[in-house]
Design a binder for this molecule. Structure first.
Ligand SMILES: Cc1ncc(COP(=O)(O)O)c(C=O)c1O
Length: 400
């Protein structure tokens, strides 16, 4: 009898965590490494949020909370959806979990049976297919291209849907591409979904607050209210309020689904950390100027990185609408020889030779299901970003 569960053979470790670990190891060996692999804001959590957490500790808010979260937070979430997304959810239709990651996992765990298909546009966030597989479902990938900005089209969605499709996972702005869907683009996808009433939508809006220029964020249930009865609108405080370590994610959706997710969570982690929940109440209800300030900083970094990468030989870097990632192509460099003598066979070789030659850690696109590309997280200082891009320029110029 095997000791480890069969389910483990269906999943891979996270490539993004592996890159960060490799960069850390090289740094510990004394190498000069610039890590652009991490997917978290480099800012500190705002003081008003930290103070709310300290007040909660002093008040003794240190006990178990209801599984789906404290009522003040669930009310703050319902108010946020109304205020920012024009979505009408009762607070009882919301749920709080230990990070957006747990929201997604519980939704899939609560709904997937063997043979159920989940449509995932690629490139995708590394955890989607792994979670689907762990929960016993089958990921079905829908194709996008660099020429359409890595966005799912109505035609590609229609092609991916079968009678077995249970969910479509949407993620706008996207990790890893930074692509975000306009209202019209969501409208076209909604029209396809209206013709397939068995398909539910899990929309991961984690990066909602990080969009740049004139781009206006929309979420699918707002664009097509008829979809609200089969949409789980997921979000969190991790990226918008620099709160990745506090582990608070949330969602709203049809009450039967929320109850099923509550059931899973009740036998698993129970309610999220009580103190972090009170901090999240302040993040959502308190002053929002932090969000606008950081958005402006991120936009400056995006513009710097896109411009410098497009000056690197053989790199094609589209301008993403949001998040803090760019997803350039290194297709023109495939077949060239690195200073080590290795021929670059694809994005995986490109990123490992870049790390070896110049000490810049980025993540290969094939980990996100679409290459030959690589992902850069620009959630770090302009000084480091400038140095990293200069090194990338030198590396691409050195390829023979
Ligand atoms: C697209 C996307 N969804 C969800 C998450 C998870 O967020 P959390 O830290 O709240 O679990 C991440 C984090 O990297 C992400 O990039």
């Amino acid at each position: 009898m095997a000791f480890l569960a069969d389910a483990l053979s269906r999943v891979k470790p996270s490539a993004t965590i592996a890159v960060s670990q490799k960069a850390r190891e090289l740094k510990n060996q004394g190498r000069d490494i610039i890590g652009l692999g991490a997917g978290e804001p480099d800012f500190d959590t705002p003081d008003n949020v930290k103070n709310a957490a300290m007040d909660a500790i002093r008040r003794g808010e240190t006990k178990y909370t209801p599984v789906s979260g404290i009522q003040p937070l669930r009310e703050a979430i319902a108010a946020k959806f109304k205020r920012e997304n024009n979505l009408d959810y009762d607070w009882k239709q919301t749920i709080v979990a230990t990070g957006g990651k747990q929201v997604l996992f519980n939704a899939l765990m609560a709904t997937l049976n063997a043979g159920d298909e989940v449509v995932i546009p690629r490139p995708y966030w590394v955890s989607y297919p792994e979670m689907v597989s762990l929960c016993g479902g089958t990921p079905v990938f829908a194709e996008t291209t660099i020429d359409n900005g890595f966005k799912l089209t109505a035609a590609a969605l229609a092609k991916a849907i079968t009678p077995k499709t249970k969910w479509l996972i949407m993620n706008s702005p996207s990790n890893p591409s930074g692509a975000a869907y306009t209202k019209d683009e969501l409208r076209a996808l909604a029209d396809v979904l209206l013709a397939h009433p068995q398909v539910w939508v899990l929309t991961d809006d984690m990066y909602e607050h990080l969009t740049y220029g004139d781009f206006k964020f929309h979420t699918i249930a707002e664009v097509e209210p008829k979809l609200i009865d089969r949409t789980l609108t997921m979000n969190g405080v991790s990226k918008a309020y620099a709160m990745t370590g506090w582990r608070i994610g949330y969602a709203a959706g049809p009450i039967e689904l929320i109850k099923a997710m509550d059931m899973i969570q009740g036998q698993q982690t129970s309610g999220a950390c009580s103190i972090a929940q009170w901090a999240a109440v302040e993040a959502l209800n308190g002053p929002q100027d932090f969000v606008a300030r950081n958005k402006a900083i991120f936009q400056g970094r995006r513009d710097l990185v896109v411009s410098m990468l497009n000056q690197a030989r053989g790199i094609d870097c589209p301008v993403p609408e949001g998040a803090f990632y760019v997803y350039p192509s290194c297709a023109e460099l495939v077949g060239k020889t690195a200073p080590s003598g290795k021929v670059i066979g694809g994005d995986e070789d490109f990123v490992s030779e870049l790390l070896e030659a110049e000490g810049v850690a980025v993540v290969h696109g094939s980990a996100f299901g679409l290459g030959p590309n690589f992902r850069i997280s620009y959630a770090t200082s302009e000084t480091l970003l400038e140095q990293a891009c200069e090194r990338i320029q030198r590396f691409t110029a050195s390829l023979k």
